[in-house]
Ligand binder design. Structure first.
Ligand code: ARG
Length: 582
């Protein structure tokens, strides 16, 4: 592993601070990348009062104590900032070191941390909607980044495969055996979930209109829960059909989720009674109005009343809350999680706070285990209103992806008319899907996000296409040097400002991944890759590569190689392909 320049310089400044005033040992050196030098530190400003010195004075003392061959220049600027400039050979050493390693010198900062990631989680017999798409894409990116940093990632697809609605569906199918999806002709087709969705709506309408049917449906729920074989068989058929259509989408999106990652709500069914009993025994749950509930100690209604978590309804039924408690307990005690992430939209924030609070009170959640709701905003349409995929209509997720791929093909053939048709189609699938993913990942996840296909597939600005294109362009440069002996880096060579900027950017890859792991914000990786691609463009405009003489040529080819590798890996961690040609 290669320590980054940011880490190296931070350590040098921290040592300088401790040498200038031993009482400040351990203080944060506050080193950040800067436009004025390579890095700057505002530590003297933050620590001046503690040191009893004017900031400028403290900064000067620290500057005098900072000693490392990594830095060529340390100076005080403004009211007490330190401006830090890295020595040229230190930049080249990092570039050479990272380029020579398959792992690009990224340190495995999450090694040994067992992290459960709950993502995607669509509902059986319903259409997967754009919210599930967002969860799928964000969750998959986090699974990749954490895994890359050495975490033991356990993916969990908490399918909505249980609940009273299945009574209604099964009963309806029983009374309407002609329902299309059962005849097999739709098997594995994305539209089968549309058919199921149609079935869902028909059953719902009947349920609302016909009280005798509603009664028969309730009896079916009981039959399902008590394991009646005929009822369970139909339920399994429905689940399998839905899962097959979800899987088609997963395959097309190239997400990591496999069937063995599915642990739907039904998986926890036989543990719910125990959950309620234990919570009652522990005094965490109480009986209120015939129901078993937990009153939150932390959350209050606007009128000051505590918010309840419903564990068992008056009719004896269990719901989503109870299931999530059983799920959390399972993840701690059986999956041995150190960290549990729920990639679910922001509207469920209260639910997850209540679940975590209850588990903590019950003693099911040890202090060392982190639980985080990785929440995200609503997906909006171009009209600024919540985006809807209308069931049975043409706007399914599959058709949205088709539209993105179609638009990507048009953009691609316009940019490169010499691509042959088959090649254009193959690449359009990669760039179209990549465009959708990148658009989801590059906006801060907590913000609402506008689903705008035309903007997504553009090759201009901070888009997936721009990055894929930047990568393909570097791949083309490298192809022209193919067959040559490996380029060598001469660390004593000069360092052009554009080489410096690119070298520093490339050195920050591992720090960026660690930052994504800490904040769980994939857009930081997007911003990093975009900045790096732009630093490459500036470099390539300023510095000839293949026509340069040695040692510049070898140094610059190595920069090209490391940039291509970093972009390829970075895109891969976003779950986006990096074609060699476009
Ligand atoms: N199926 C749920 C929904 O569509 C999401 C489940 C999220 N995961 C969880 N453990 N509750 O809203």
């Amino acid at each position: 592993m290669t320590r980054s320049l940011l880490m190296e310089v931070s350590r040098a400044v921290a040592d300088g601070i401790a040498a200038a005033d031993p009482a400040l040992t351990g203080a944060d050196p506050l080193v950040r990348p800067s436009d004025r030098a390579d890095f700057q530190s505002g530590a003297a400003l933050a620590l001046a009062r503690r040191a009893g010195l004017p900031p400028g004075e403290l900064a000067a003392r620290v500057a005098a104590e900072v000693s490392t061959s990594t830095l060529a220049d340390v100076r005080v600027s403004g009211p007490g900032f330190l401006e830090l400039t890295v020595a040229p050979d230190a930049v080249w050493r990092r570039v050479a070191g990272r380029a020579s390693r398959a792992d690009l010198g990224v340190s495995p900062s999450e090694a040994g941390r067992r992290t459960v990631i709950d993502y995607s989680a669509p509902n059986i017999a319903k259409e997967m909607h754009v919210g599930h798409l967002r969860s799928t894409i964000i969750g998959d990116c986090l699974a990749r980044v954490l895994g890359r940093l050495g975490a033991e990632v356990v993916r969990q697809n908490h399918l909505g495969d249980w609940g009273t609605q299945f009574g209604m569906l099964i009963q309806y199918l029983d009374e309407h055996p002609e329902a299309a999806w059962r005849h097999g002709e739709l098997a594995g087709d994305v539209s089968s979930v549309s058919a199921l969705n149609g079935l869902y709506r028909a059953a719902r309408a009947r349920f609302d209109a016909d009280s005798a049917f509603a009664d028969r449906s309730r009896a079916r729920v009981v039959a399902l829960q008590s394991g009646d074989p005929a009822t369970v068989a139909v339920w399994q058929e429905i689940v399998a059909e839905s899962e097959a259509s979800f899987r088609q989408l997963y395959d097309r999106l190239d997400v990591l989720l496999t069937p063995s990652d599915s642990a739907g709500e039904s998986f926890y069914n036989d543990r719910l009674g125990e959950v309620v009993d234990e919570l009652t025994k522990a005094g965490v749950a109480v009986v209120s109005d015939g129901a078993v509930v937990v009153f939150s100690a932390d959350e209050q209604r606007p009128d000051g009343a505590p918010v309840p978590l419903i564990l068992r309804k008056r009719d004896g039924g269990y719901g989503y809350d109870t299931t999530d408690l059983a799920t959390l307990r399972h993840r701690v005690s059986e999956l041995h999680a150190d960290r549990i992430l729920y990639v679910v939209d922001a509207r469920q924030a209260l639910h997850f706070r209540l679940v975590a609070e209850t588990a903590r009170r019950a003693g099911w959640l040890p202090d060392g285990v982190e639980v985080a709701h990785v929440s995200f905003g609503t997906v909006l349409g171009p009209d600024g209103r919540p985006f809807r995929t209308r069931a049975g209509d043409t706007v399914t997720l599959g058709s949205l992806l088709d539209a993105a791929v179609g638009r990507a093909r048009a953009v691609l053939t316009e940019k490169n008319p010499s691509l042959d048709l088959a090649e254009a189609s193959r690449i359009a699938e990669l760039t179209g899907i990549g465009a959708v993913k990148y658009a989801e990942l590059s906006t801060s996840r907590t913000k609402d996000y506008t689903f705008d296909i035309d903007r997504m597939v553009s090759f201009a600005g901070n888009t997936g296409g721009y990055l894929q294109y930047a990568h393909a362009r570097i791949a083309a440069i490298l192809r022209r040097a193919e067959g040559e002996p490996d380029a060598v880096v001469d660390v004593t060579a000069g360092l052009h400002p554009a080489e410096r900027a690119l070298g520093l950017a490339l050195d920050g890859f591992g720090d960026t991944l660690a930052d994504v792991a800490a904040t769980l914000e994939p857009h930081r990786l997007c911003t990093y890759l975009y900045d790096t691609a732009r630093a490459f463009t500036d470099f390539y405009e300023a510095c000839p590569v293949l026509t340069a003489a040695e040692p510049e040529r070898g140094n610059r080819l190595t920069l090209c190689r490391l940039t291509a590798a970093t972009l390829r890996e970075g895109l891969g961690l976003l779950g986006i392909a990096a074609p060699e040609r476009m």
